[in-house]
Design a protein around this ligand. Structure first.
Ligand SMILES: C[S@@+](CC[C@H](N)C(=O)[O-])C[C@H]1O[C@@H](n2cnc3c(N)ncnc32)[C@H](O)[C@@H]1O
Length: 259
């Protein structure tokens, strides 16, 4: 049952570009939309999946997923989009109770996915050397309700950090090869190193550093492609979109061995 403090996503019921809003429920609270005012008290006590009538339309109340949190974020940096985050998490087998590191925090997109995956018992240590980015990410992450599972730190990850025995470390910035040796010291043996970059030149530099590090073994290098579809059952349309982002980046995965 939804209670005061629950985070909800209200989605317009419409065939044409339905709008959606994410907010936290407060007793007596309200949220203004073009369909009319949403009174929080009408949602408190109901369940996810409930349909609410507003003055000019209907909304459905849903539980937000990491994708929807990310889509509502203020973006001050490039981010890892949901499919890339999900693949990165699955490559390293991220799940409840794990302790993971990440740099840079950027806008907090991957941080959200990681925290969602390790909650309720795990923790994400996320580092960025740009204070403005970190503050923006902190603001974004407030809405997710996952703050207890996240520590944000202003830090240049090329310099060592004292957080040992991490299950995985994720690097998403332009020169990850400069930080690989440093973060490998934070990994437990059998832990995962995952780098995400857009250019092959960066991949070559990453592989060179991994190969020279006796504690790391390269596992996989692959690019992430996807093709979105246009679907309209009424008009019998189901075909790839003419315009879509088909390439996002290259993922490099290595594991730390017992030395
Ligand atoms: C592409 S963004 C990361 C996006 C993030 N993964 C997300 O999904 O929102 C790169 C971030 O790395 C940070 N950065 C660059 N070099 C860094 C370093 N040496 N140490 C820590 N953070 C760094 C930048 O300030 C920037 O915020």
């Amino acid at each position: 049952m939804l209670i005061e403090g629950s985070i909800v996503r209200a989605v317009e019921i419409s065939d044409k570009n339905p709008k959606a809003w994410i907010f936290r429920l407060n007793n007596g609270g309200e949220y203004s939309t073009h369909l009319g005012r949403i009174d929080h008290d009408r949602i408190i006590g109901s369940k996810y999946g409930s349909i609410i009538n507003l003055t000019k339309g209907k909304i459905i109340i849903l539980k937000p997923t990491p994708r929807e949190f990310i889509r509502s974020f203020s973006l001050k940096t490039q981010i890892m989009y949901e499919d890339d985050c999900a693949i990165a998490c699955s490559v390293a087998g991220i799940g409840n109770g794990m302790r993971v590191g990440e740099a840079g925090t950027g806008s907090g997109a991957l941080t959200t996915f990681l925290a969602w995956a390790v909650a309720p018992d795990g923790h994400v240590y996320s580092f960025d050397n740009n204070e403005k980015h970190l503050n923006n990410a902190r603001q974004n992450l407030q809405l997710t309700g996952l703050q207890d599972n996240i520590t944000l730190k202003l830090h240049d990850i090329r310099e060592s950090v004292d957080i040992p025995e991490l299950d995985a470390f994720f690097l998403d910035f332009s020169t990850p090869y400069e930080a690989i040796n440093s973060v490998t010291r934070n990994l437990k043996s059998g832990g995962h190193l995952v780098c995400f970059v857009p250019n092959w030149g960066q991949v070559e530099q990453i592989i060179e550093v991994i190969n020279l590090n006796p504690e790391l073994i390269l596992q996989r290098v692959f690019e992430i492609n996807k093709r979105d579809f246009n679907v309209n059952p009424k008009k019998h349309i189901m075909r790839p979109k003419f315009r879509s982002i088909v390439y996002s980046g290259i993922l490099i995965h290595a594991i730390k061995i017992l030395s």
